[in-house]
Design a protein around this ligand. Structure first.
Ligand code: ADP
Ligand code: MG
Length: 319
């Protein structure tokens, strides 16, 4: 188990993280989210032992993670870290990079393991390609595979899919996160992409203003986002009378097609509805996002079709 106990850290006198405490159990997936500059990468580096803490302790099981002041070589065998810059060797091939730290004394084992990892990151067509000839996204996948090569007990991933194009992203996420679960590897993923979290993270920790402002399952935080920052991570949202509503929780009231006047139940709905004017419609794939001016600010409502600009509409909070 990872224990982060009351740690504080700053690169200079200005603190980046203050009194951070949390635990992570074996083989669990924890997402760290927060705005750019909130300290996600710093937290991962501290857990890896890259810097000395100003205060507090970090343990993996019984081993205390020590910074460079107390540890000649940074890092531990049971932990791997894939940073935002991925430090690969450019002049050797993908499979050589991945196999770099695997024992040469068992060439068959080494080949088998390398092939397995290349499959996990879906780079079968590039195993003999020199890393310098790869795209950013392909390099990121090599870095992931190399971190997995020696079966760490815990893996720290900093924005692991940020360079990977949308065509590949979702299948790669499934492949990597399933591999980690199957092999009981705990992981901490720093990200600002909700797709890295939903469907994969067991828990989610939100960093803001040097602190943890929320820690819960993605489901609980999604369903009850107490703060705009949390809602904004998941989806388009609105604040109305101090309450948070996702765009799909607001509903534009429509007349049923067949009748010219409002039915009784529709009229009842209308009496509790709010009024606004359509400013714009944005195509979103399965639906449209309608921008509506409501008390001189914009709110966003999910709707099945486009609505002409300047149309007066009424909408409900549909919870
Ligand atoms: P995130 O990963 O959430 O974007 P970082 O951990 O990279 O945030 O950065 C947190 C804060 O620490 C930022 O204000 C950033 O400018 C600062 N910072 C990051 N790395 C360094 C560094 N090596 N030296 C000084 N300040 C740094
Ligand atoms: Mg970062």
């Amino acid at each position: 188990m990872l224990q982060v106990k009351n740690i504080s850290f700053g690169y200079n006198k200005n603190r980046v993280l203050e009194n951070i405490t949390f635990n992570l159990k074996k083989s669990k997936n924890l997402a760290i989210i927060g705005e750019s500059g909130s300290g996600k990468s710093t937290l991962l580096k501290l857990i890896y032992g890259e810097y000395d803490l100003d205060q507090g302790d970090i343990f993996w099981k019984d081993t205390q993670i020590l910074g460079p002041k107390h540890n000649l070589v940074i890092g531990y065998d049971f932990m791997k870290y894939v940073s935002q810059e991925f430090d690969l060797m450019p002049f050797i091939t993908v499979e050589e990079n991945i196999g770099k730290y695997l024992s040469r004394f068992y060439p068959e084992e080494k080949q088998k393991r390398t092939t397995e990892l290349i499959k996990v990151v879906e780079l079968q067509d590039f195993s003999k390609t020199k890393v310098k000839n790869l795209s950013g996204g392909q390099k990121q996948r090599v870095a992931l595979a190399r971190a997995l090569a020696k079966q760490p007990e815990i893996l720290l991933l900093d924005e692991p899919f940020s360079h990977i194009d949308n065509f590949k992203k979702q299948s790669l996420r499934r492949s990597v996160f399933s591999y980690l679960k199957e092999n009981n590897i705990a992981c901490i993923v720093a990200t600002h992409d909700n797709n890295d979290v939903l469907g994969f993270a067991d828990e989610m920790l939100v960093l803001d203003q040097k602190n943890i402002i929320a820690k819960d399952t993605p489901q609980n935080l999604y369903n009850n986002p107490k703060l705009p920052l949390i809602a904004s991570f998941f989806d388009e949202f609105n604040e109305i009378d101090g309450k948070i509503y996702y765009a799909h929780q607001l509903q534009i009231v429509e007349k049923s097609d067949t009748s010219t006047s409002w039915s009784v139940s529709e009229a009842e709905l209308l009496s509790s509805s709010l009024k606004g004017v359509v400013k714009n419609s944005y195509f979103n794939g399965e639906s449209w996002l309608i921008e509506v001016e409501y008390i001189s600010k914009s709110i966003f409502i999910q709707h099945h079709s486009e609505i002409e600009k300047q149309t007066k509409i009424q909408f409900l909070m549909n919870i």
